[in-house]
Design a protein around this ligand. Sequence first.
Ligand code: BES
Ligand code: MN
Ligand code: MN
Length: 454
Amino acid sequence: MNVLEYVENKQDENLRELMEFLRIPSVSTNSDHKKDIERAANWVADKLRAAGMDKVEIIPTKMHPMVYGESLQAPGKPTILFYGHYDVQPPEPLDLWTSPAFEPAVRDGNLYGRGTADDKGQVHIHIKAFEALKKVNGRLPINVKVIVEGEEEVGSESLWDFVVRNKERLRADALVVSDTSMLARGVPSITYGLRGLNYYQIEITGPAQDLHSGVFGGAVPNPITILCELVAKLHDKNFRVTVPHFYDDVAKLSPRERKALNSLPWKEKEFRRTVGAPGLCGEKGYAIVERLWCRPTLEMNGIWGGYTAEGSKTVIPSKAYAKLSTRLVPNQEPDKISKLVEKHIRKLLPKSVTCQFEVLSTGKPWVAPYHDPIFQKAIHALQQGFGKKAVFIREGGSIPFVTQMHDTFKVPCVLLGFGLPDENAHAPDEHIALENYFGGIKSVCLFYQSLAEK
Ligand code: BES
Ligand code: MN
Ligand code: MN
């Protein structure tokens, strides 16, 4: 039996096993889920063992444990490091899920549940590919190191420490990651660029305590109004970020890359349908894919303060808050951008309030050439596995580990994405298309097999 026949026969069993993984609510941002995080780490370790990894370890960290596994039984063959994450985003708002977030369900050719696409389903694709290759051939065709972490959705803090302390152990000829999407259904894709992410929180304080809005209103600063004025000034009418020098270091797209990105089979109509807003907006002078993948942005992620419960309360709040973030592109420097953003915000605020500005996390952008022969092998494997033409894309999301690895080891990073733009990652009704889950396992088997060939 060849490996494709093997995985074909295992489809039902694999799907059932993935559903078991998805039932563990391993939400990393919420300490109530500590036990679930541990269960998920153990689950991954067990499955790596079952897939034939020789050494599997659970590595405790300051926050959430990491799972490391390796199989180094292919002397003379390349070594890859596979990276993924077992942690997931919180499921809220719960009432917007058609079926509960942690009770995976199949509907219309999709598997629904938190983590299906981001990233448990995609991690499982690789675990099942390793297992199939091992079962069919008696051993893996290449050397494999695997790292599956539990802090990706909260910034991968412990991971960086681990990489620095374990450089030798992690060294590989290439990094393989599946934590991205395909350009569209039926268009298998390799991602060669991600944006970086800086995340900030601000606290605006006006009066020393909440005040009666009748007694004081009209003569005192209202921090919510001031925060809103500030937010309104962060973009100009062309949707450019107003922070001075924000664009200074942004790499210009070459005409060649611009042409390549704009000729991809990307459909604006589909994008509009996925977004579901009455209209779109964005930086003047750039196509939508350029805005999403190649241009930096500033986004408000949350804003709160004052009275928000039932009915009315006449109050001038003492404080107002906001969470915001900037997506970064080459060659913007995260630390430099944080300072520019803080300076601009402080300058825009009136003297009647004070502001606490906090940088919650920073992360560099990543873009890399794809001329290493490994990319041709990856394209070929995807095309065989899906029976469709594969393409190279960039994406707007961020994966801190990819940048760190690329900077540290200077090796090719092959991002094989099996999600879809409308997969609802981080949102209710997250799902993965079954054709991508099964096609992913096949492609990944073919890819790893091809790495053993000249
Ligand atoms: N898998 C995503 C990143 C992603 C999504 C890349 C889609 C490309 C396309 C990852 O789990 C994620 O959500 N990353 C966060 C950053 C992190 C530091 C919280 C993000 O991009 O917001
Ligand atoms: Mn992810
Ligand atoms: Mn995510």
